[in-house]
Every structure is written in structure tokens, then in C-alpha cells.
Design a protein around this ligand. Structure first.
Ligand code: ADP
Ligand code: NA
Length: 341
């Protein structure tokens, strides 16, 4: 039987937000803390992925460190989990090349991310010459690099938000295509979808909370102060109906706030709606803001402490790179041997 290996990644595209936290990071920490001693845990700052959209060098340099410090601040323990920059382990890129020799163009062209990043309609195909002109190879092949991230560590479980389900399916398909051609090298990775599937934007509650949304008030950052959290929640888009009810289709804004509260407090949305039945939206918002600030308090404190401790960050970074490299090298020796390199 294979050793359980948990792998996941986050892009260094700014300080992570509440959606990243509830949909991914909190889950990683829970898995770490519940893991049996023989389970390997690897969490990566996927900086090569960030290059699929234009980046400014000084900005990316800053964001990488911020993302690293956040993973430590939320409770990943470098003694238990390997935390590393993707670009520090060249095997990710090497395996990507090898997998790209088996990956299907047709499958990639049907995936949604390149279209959403270029703001093209979902039904766009590569027959569209405007799409072809805008589309760069790295953005198109993003899922192949993601498959390499997972497979190079022989991951068996990948904790992600719902938005990543399609990419995980592609990784499974690529693993089995490779195995079919060359023999059973890669385990088929399983997605562990977080219960907080999609935390929605505070300003546009029908879209997911995201780092790429222009309006900064649409997301709560893990480093926001209680006052900033209060301001953002106060102006969150809701509706003009009086009172609090949980109805995601008709009242997405209010329901998103209830869902956030339900994930934080681990109580059901129905229970919260009942509790706030005769309260005003304003009272609900005040409560939600207070609970978010309460839950993020320790994260914020630790984040600033870690960011100020350069020697600690440097040593953890080095340690993570060495361990991740060694783990990836085991896979690459097998892969190279199998394909005749
Ligand atoms: P973003 O989508 O903001 O650029 P990433 O792509 O780096 O963030 O995603 C990192 C992790 O956070 C992934 O596992 C993703 O599924 C999860 N995630 C991102 N946004 C949300 C959200 N709004 N709700 C729940 N999970 C999310
Ligand atoms: Na995402």
C-alpha cells in the first residue's frame, strides 16, 4: 500500500483572503493536526503558476514571502509539514514537460480557467482567432503544471476548494494516461473538497471571493484589523428585505454572511437564521464582523511576528526546499528510469 501523501498549493498573488482560509488553509491545518505519523504533508507556494498572468518582479518577491508567512501564521508547523516554494524544486517543471507529452490539447481547451482569466465566454473554443491571439502557452497549460505539482510528490490526497475540482480531475486523467503508457508510477490523487466550498465576494455575492476582484472591499484579508473587517462587512452588498433569512438563491448577500458565520462557528445556516430571525441586517453584520475578527486575531498577530523574523523565515524556507526536493527526486528517478532517460 502507498504512504498517504497530502499535497496542496496556493498562488502568491497577495495576502490570502477569508475564502482561501475557509476553503483551503484551515483545512490544511486540520489535516496536519489529525494526520497519522506516517502521512507526508507538503504545502507549496506555487510561484511558477503566478507567472501565467503578468507580474512585476518586486511585487511577486513580496507576495511570495507574504504567502509563506501566512501558511505559518494559520498554523502549519514546519516540523510536521513541508512548506516550500514551487520554484525551489525544479522537478515540478521537469515533470510538467514530461506530462505535457501525454496531456490532451482537447481536454485542456475545454477547461474553464484560461477563458475566465482572459474574460472570454465559457463556450469559447480554440477555433476563435481572438482567443488564440491572446492565449499564452503557460496559461493554457497551467493544469499540466498543477498535475506535475501533485504527481511529483506522489500525492494521494489534495485538499482544495470546489473551484479546483476540474483541475484535480485533469490531474487524475493525466496520471492514468501516463501509467497506461509506461506502467504504474503515479498514485491517482483524490480531491478533498472543503466543506466551505465557495466563500462569495462581499460586493458581488454571486461570484467567489477572489484576489483578482478589483474592489478591495470585496474580500477580507487575513491581515485585516478588526476595524477594517468591520468596515468591509458593514458595506457588504445585501438587499432591502427586512430581517434575516437563509435563502442563497433569492438572498445571496445575506446568505453568504450566514455561511461565513456557519463555517467559523461550525453551526448550521438554518440554526443561525433561526437565531437571528427577528434581528436586523445591521445586527447580523456586526456579529459576523466581530466573529471574523475574533477568529483571525491570532493569525494576524503571528503573521506580523513571523514577517519581522527574517532568520526564522530563511531557515524554514531552506528546510522546506531541501525536504521537498528530496521527495520529488525519488519520483523523478523512477520516471526517468521508466521512460528511458
Ligand atoms: P484565488 O482563487 O483567490 O486566486 P488560489 O487560486 O491561490 O486563490 O487558491 C488557493 C486555494 O484557495 C484553492 O484551494 C482554492 O480552491 C481556495 N479558494 C480560493 N478562493 C476561494 C473561495 N472564494 N472560497 C473557497 N475556497 C477558495
Ligand atoms: Na483559485
Amino acid at each position: 500500500s502507498t504512504t498517504p501523501v497530502i499535497f496542496s498549493g496556493i498562488q502568491p498573488t497577495g495576502v490570502p483572503h477569508l475564502g482561501n482560509y475557509l476553503g483551503a488553509l484551515r483545512q490544511w491545518v486540520k489535516l496536519q493536526n489529525a494526520a497519522k505519523p506516517n502521512t507526508k504533508l507538503l504545502f507549496s507556494i506555487v510561484d511558477l503558476h503566478a507567472l501565467t498572468v503578468p507580474q512585476e518582479a518586486s511585487q511577486l518577491r513580496k507576495w511570495r514571502v507574504e504567502a509563506f508567512a501566512t501558511l505559518l501564521a494559520v498554523g502549519l508547523d514546519p516540523k510536521r509539514s513541508t512548506i516550500f516554494y514551487q520554484s525551489a524544486v525544479p522537478a515540478h517543471a521537469e515533470l510538467m514537460w514530461i506530462l505535457s507529452t501525454v496531456a490532451s490539447m482537447g481536454y485542456l481547451s475545454r477547461m474553464t480557467q484560461w477563458k475566465s482569466k482572459l474574460q472570454l465566454p465559457e463556450e469559447t473554443t480554440l477555433d476563435n482567432s481572438e482567443a488564440r491571439a491572446q492565449l499564452r502557452l503557460g496559461l493554457f497549460s497551467y493544469p499540466v503544471l498543477q498535475a506535475a505539482d501533485i504527481l511529483v510528490h506522489r500525492a494521494t490526497h489534495v485538499p482544495v476548494g470546489e473551484d479546483q475540482r476540474q483541475h484535480l480531475e485533469f490531474s487524475r486523467y493525466t496520471a492514468s494516461s501516463f501509467n497506461h503508457l509506461y506502467g504504474p508510477i503515479f498514485p491517482t490523487p483524490e480531491a478533498l473538497i472543503s466543506p466551505a466550498k465557495r466563500v462569495m465576494s462581499l460586493k458581488e455575492p454571486t461570484a467567489k471571493m477572489s484576489k483578482s476582484h478589483a474592489d478591495e472591499r470585496s474580500r477580507i484579508l487575513l491581515t485585516d484589523s478588526p476595524h477594517e473587517i468591520q468596515k468591509k462587512v458593514k458595506v457588504a452588498l445585501t438587499d432591502s428585505e427586512p430581517g434575516v433569512t437563509y435563502d442563497p438563491t433569492r438572498r445571496p448577500g445575506v446568505s453568504n454572511l450566514i455561511e461565513i458565520l456557519s463555517h467559523l462557528e461550525e453551526s448550521s445556516c438554518e440554526q443561525i437564521a433561526t437565531e437571528f430571525h427577528s434581528a436586523s441586517l445591521r445586527a447580523l453584520k456586526e456579529h459576523v464582523a466581530e466573529r471574523i475578527a475574533h477568529h483571525l486575531h491570532g493569525v494576524r498577530e503571528r503573521y506580523f511576528e513571523i514577517m519581522a523574523n527574517h532568520s526564522y523565515l530563511d531557515s524554514v524556507t531552506q528546510e522546506g526546499a531541501t525536504t521537498a526536493q528530496a521527495n520529488a527526486d525519488v519520483t523523478m528517478r523512477r520516471v526517468r528510469d521508466t521512460i528511458g532517460l
